[in-house]
Design a protein around this ligand. Sequence first.
Ligand code: FES
Length: 112
Amino acid sequence: MAEGIVVADIDDVPEGEGIKIDAAVTGTVDDIAVFNDDGEFFALDDTCSHEKASLSEGWLENGVVECPLHAGKFCLKDGAVMSMPATEDVACHRVIIDGSQLRVVPNPARLA
Ligand code: FES
C-alpha cells in the first residue's frame, strides 16, 4: 500500500499558493495546509500558532509562509517560527509526489 493519504492533484495547488485539507481527511488534530512554493510542495498544520488564522491563506516567499492575519512567518520545510508576533512553531507533515497526486504523511505527533 502506498504511504500517506491522497489529498489533492498537483494541479489543485497553484504555484505560490496553499490549500486547506480538512482534518477529517488526514485524521489529524488540525487541518493541514499544503503549499506549492515554486514547484516544491510542503505541508504544515493550517492553524497559525499565534491566533486562529489559516496559513493556507498566507503568502509564500522563499520557503516561508507569512500568516494572513498578523504576518507571523514560518519555515515551510519544518514549521519553525521565523517572526513575531508568532512565537511557537507549527507542526510539519511530509508530502510525497505520486505521479499527478499529492500524498501527505501526517506527523504522528499530530494524529487525532
Ligand atoms: S494569527 Fe498568525 S500571526 Fe497572528
